[in-house]
Design a protein around this ligand. Structure first.
Ligand SMILES: *[C@@H]1O[C@H](CO)[C@@H](O)[C@H](O)[C@H]1NC(C)=O
Ligand SMILES: *[C@@H]1O[C@H](CO)[C@@H](O)[C@H](O)[C@H]1NC(C)=O
Ligand SMILES: *[C@@H]1O[C@H](CO)[C@@H](O)[C@H](O)[C@H]1NC(C)=O
Ligand SMILES: *[C@@H]1O[C@H](CO)[C@@H](O)[C@H](O)[C@H]1NC(C)=O
Ligand SMILES: *[C@@H]1O[C@H](CO)[C@@H](O)[C@H](O)[C@H]1NC(C)=O
Length: 321
C-alpha cells in the first residue's frame, strides 16, 4: 500500500517536472519530423515559402510567419494541412486593406490575437482571430522581432536602431517605451518570466540579455567572434528561445544548426542539425527560429526547406537517484 502511494506520488511529481524542467543533460532526436509545410515552396495550404518567426500557443498550436507568401499560417498538432490566419489568402480575390509584405515574426495572445512584424512594410500589425483584415498599430518602424511578457505587454525589436520598445496596445493612447538599447543590428527576441529581454545580434553574432529596469545589455553568448562553427561561436544567428532554467536555444542560421547554452556557459552544445545545409531529416537549411513546446520538444523554422521541424526531447539521461 505504502509503496503504491509513493509510486503514485513519484509519477505525479515526474509528470509535473517533465512539463517545466529540462535537465542539463537532455538531448533531442537526431532526426526531425516535419510538422508544417515540407511540400516544396508554394502558397497552397500545405505549403510554406521561406517561413520565419515561430510561435506555439498554450495548446501547442503552431503559428508561423510564412514570409514569402505574405501571410501567417496555423497548424494544429498532427495535421498536414495548415490554416490561413492572417495576411494574403492568395486565392485570387484578396480584399484586405492591410496587406502584409514579408512578415518576419509573430506572437499570439490568449485571445488568439496575432501581433505581426510586417517587416517589408516597416510596421507592426494586429490581426484579431477570425477576421479578414488587420489593423496597423505602429508605422515607419524597422520592426523585426515581436514578443509578449507575462503582463501582456508587447515588445518590438528594431533592426538598425538596435533597440527594443515595449507597448501597451490595449491603451487608447499607447506609445513605445525604450526598454533595451545599444543592441547593434537586431534580429528576433525572447522575453523570459522575469521580463529580461534576449535579443539576437545578427551582425555581431551574439546574444544579448537586458534585465528589466536596466536598458543596457550584457553579452551572454558570442563575443564578436569571427564567423565560424566552433562551439563558442555563432554565424548570423536569427531566433532565440530561453527555457525556465535559463538555458538559451539559438537558431544559428548560417551554420545550419541549433545550439543550446546552459546558463552562464561559455560554450554551447549542438542539439539539432549541424550536418551542412540540406533537406534530410537530420539537416536544416538556414534555420530562422526556435521554440520549445510544453514538453520540451524543439521546433525549428527550417527556412530554405519551407518547413517546420520538430525534434523530440530525450530525457533518459535526466534521471538521478
Ligand atoms: C486550448 O484548448 C482549450 C481546450 O480545448 C480551449 O478551451 C482553449 O480556448 C484553447 N486555447 C487557445 C488559445 O486556443
Ligand atoms: C499527436 O500525435 C502524437 C503521436 O501519435 C501523440 O502522442 C499526441 O498526443 C498527438 N497530439 C495531439 C494534440 O493530438
Ligand atoms: C472570391 O470570393 C468569393 C466571395 O467570398 C468566393 O465565392 C470565391 O470563391 C473567391 N474566389 C476564389 C478564387 O477563391
Ligand atoms: C481578451 O478579450 C477579452 C474580452 O474582449 C478582454 O477583456 C481581454 O483584455 C482580452 N485579452 C487580451 C490579452 O487582449
Ligand atoms: C570551448 O570550445 C572551444 C572551441 O571549440 C574549445 O577550444 C574549448 O576547449 C572549449 N572550452 C570548454 C570549457 O569546453
Amino acid at each position: 500500500m505504502r509503496r503504491q502511494i509513493i509510486a503514485v506520488y513519484f509519477l505525479i511529481y515526474s509528470v509535473s517536472l517533465s512539463n517545466s524542467e529540462i535537465c542539463s543533460t537532455a538531448t533531442w532526436s537526431k532526426d526531425a519530423i516535419t510538422v508544417a509545410g515540407g511540400h516544396g515552396y508554394g502558397n497552397k495550404l500545405e505549403q510554406l515559402d521561406e517561413p520565419s518567426g515561430l510561435y506555439l500557443d498554450e495548446n501547442d498550436t503552431i503559428y508561423v510567419a510564412d514570409r514569402d507568401n505574405n501571410r501567417i499560417m496555423m497548424w494544429q498538432q498532427n495535421t498536414t494541412i495548415g490554416q490561413w490566419v492572417a495576411g494574403l489568402k492568395n486565392n485570387g480575390n484578396d480584399t484586405q486593406q492591410v496587406r502584409l509584405y514579408m512578415p518576419e515574426d509573430i506572437v499570439v495572445d490568449k485571445n488568439g490575437t496575432i501581433y505581426i512584424t510586417d517587416a517589408g512594410n516597416y510596421r507592426v500589425v494586429r490581426w484579431n482571430s477570425g477576421e479578414d483584415d488587420g489593423e496597423v498599430l505602429v508605422d515607419h518602424i524597422q520592426a523585426v522581432g515581436v514578443a509578449q511578457d507575462n503582463q501582456g505587454f508587447i515588445y518590438i525589436s528594431e533592426y538598425a536602431n538596435g533597440q527594443v520598445t515595449k507597448w501597451n496596445f490595449n491603451n487608447e493612447e499607447f506609445d513605445g517605451e525604450i526598454v533595451a538599447k545599444n543592441l547593434g543590428h537586431t534580429n528576433l527576441i525572447f522575453i523570459d518570466q522575469d521580463r529580461s529581454i534576449y535579443s539576437v545580434g545578427l551582425l555581431a553574432n551574439r546574444i544579448l540579455k537586458t534585465v528589466e529596469g536596466n536598458d543596457e545589455p550584457i553579452v551572454i553568448v558570442g563575443q564578436y567572434s569571427p564567423l565560424d562553427n566552433r562551439l563558442d561561436q555563432l554565424n548570423r544567428p536569427s531566433g532565440v528561445h530561453v527555457d525556465k532554467q535559463g538555458s538559451i536555444y539559438v537558431a544559428d542560421k548560417e551554420n545550419h544548426r541549433i545550439m543550446r547554452w546552459l546558463k552562464d556557459a561559455t560554450n554551447g552544445t549542438l542539439i539539432a542539425g549541424g550536418n551542412g545545409g540540406g533537406s534530410a531529416s537530420d539537416q536544416l537549411h538556414y534555420p530562422s527560429d526556435v521554440f520549445l513546446d510544453r514538453e520540451g520538444n524543439l521546433y525549428v523554422t527550417d527556412t530554405w526547406n519551407d518547413r517546420v521541424q520538430k525534434f523530440l526531447i530525450d530525457r533518459s539521461s535526466c534521471q538521478t537517484n
